[in-house]
Design a protein around this ligand. Structure first.
Ligand SMILES: [Zn+2]
Length: 137
């Protein structure tokens, strides 16, 4: 999760109105995909990390600093992409306060059989996304 937070920090203040999320995909102790929300807010961190991991994402663990989105915005939902990629476990630092997501992303992953946990390194993730969180209050 620390690597995901580092990725998040690298994009702080550069993602427009979208959160500067960091995402890392790990398999057998090795990072196979890493991403952060791109400049202007798209693509999302999960999309970039999954693209890097490719087919190796099957059975891997995902560490993401913010709950993956579950609604169709200007991009398809990241939860669907994670489910399709066949990941095994998902560690989420922070639940998305956005009412369109708020626990629904995590629930969707769990329902799809992905072992999902919430709260790992929550305080550091909050710090990394503090500017974005401030604007949401
Ligand atoms: Zn997303």
């Amino acid at each position: 999760m620390n690597a995901a937070i580092a990725a998040s920090l690298s994009q702080a203040g550069r993602t427009g109105e979208n959160p500067n999320v960091g995402c890392v995909i790990v398999k057998n102790g090795v990072i196979i995909g890493r991403g952060a929300t791109a400049d202007g807010g798209r693509p999302h961190a999960e999309t970039l990390a999954l693209a890097q991991a490719g087919a190796a994402a099957r059975g891997a663990d995902v560490y993401v600093t913010l709950e993956p989105c579950s609604h169709f915005g200007q991009t398809p939902p990241c939860t669907d992409a994670l489910i399709q990629a066949g990941i095994q476990r998902c560690f989420i630092a922070l639940i998305d306060p956005d009412p369109r997501v708020n626990f629904q992303g995590a629930a969707k992953l769990q329902e799809a059989g992905i072992d999902t946990s919430i709260g790992l390194c929550e305080i550091s993730a909050k710090e990394a996304m503090s500017d974005w969180l401030k604007n949401r209050a």
